[in-house]
Write a protein that binds this ligand. Sequence first.
Ligand SMILES: Nc1ncnc2c1ncn2[C@@H]1O[C@H](COP(=O)(O)OP(=O)(O)O)[C@@H](O)[C@H]1O
Ligand SMILES: [Mg+2]
Length: 332
Amino acid sequence: MKGGAGGMRRIVVIGGGANAEHDVSLATAAAVAKALCSGGFDVDELTIGRDGTWWRGTDALGTKAIPSLAAALDVIERADVVFPAVHGPSGEDGTLAALCALAHKPMVGSDLRAGALGMDKWATKLVAEDAGIRTAPGRLVTAAEIKDIEFETDAVVKPASAGSSFGVALARDASQLREALRRAARFDERILIEDVVVGREIDVAVLREADGRRWAAPPLEIHADGLFDTRAKYDGSARFSVPADIDGADRAALTEAALRMFDALGCAGVARIDFFLTGRGPVLNEVNTMPGMTAESQVPRMFAAAGLSYEQLVAHLVDAATVPGQPHNPGP
Ligand SMILES: Nc1ncnc2c1ncn2[C@@H]1O[C@H](COP(=O)(O)OP(=O)(O)O)[C@@H](O)[C@H]1O
Ligand SMILES: [Mg+2]
């Protein structure tokens, strides 16, 4: 990937987003922008407000979605690469990949298809099971069905499409199930009711390099007390160990399943594939195609354990950027 007119390569980092993970995405985008700056890139920062209007730095680009988007497109036009650091719906779900595809602009990360499949926990489950990767048994219900749903057994209830554990709860009886379903319905009309998986929580990060080669960093274990919920994610109480203390066979099984899932969805850039490690091997929990990426987040810590610094990681991601939806064609 060459820079514009002999100068530094210009990267537009997009953060924020019109969803519940807005603040988490601001943190990721700020960290990515900082690492790119210190890596010698010319960085422009765009932010999508909670109301869907676009900002450049601290300047509102308009008071309405369409004119502010039009102004943001001028900024995107001048970039060599877009780095969409927006988690969750209307971002990570392929929406920003679609914008870059329509604009013929190289971007970091997964295309529309992989983003949309990865954002949808039910679709992810179907793809995983077909690829021979186990997931928690579960059923999909809609918000309209809530009043008719019977409690069967302890279950984890979660919106089909959300993140940062928003709307995720453990239900141990009928009233908890009803309450959990109502909460999940605030985030998505489609809700998953899953069996509770007993196992260690292990994440695997996969990176696709500019030459198309994919590799997994050493797995990370999350030590959370119960569900890895929103509070544990951001109050610093969860402890991670990297590399996870697991034996060679488990590591091989996790890595193999992560790479298979990355390929089955057609991911690009970096994806974090989250598992439970059970007595019977890995069970896939979910796939994040735009995982949290502050310097303290799981993904940078896993790559640091592989000898790749945060600055190097974001530079590799920029080098591997392609116009989404077009066949990947590494240069000579
Ligand atoms: N089926 C399950 N069994 C046990 N724990 C679960 C299950 N599903 C989710 N969890 C717990 O809830 C957390 C959040 O769920 P997850 O599906 O990863 O949602 P999010 O996309 O918001 O991160 C997980 O990190 C895990 O601790
Ligand atoms: Mg998760």
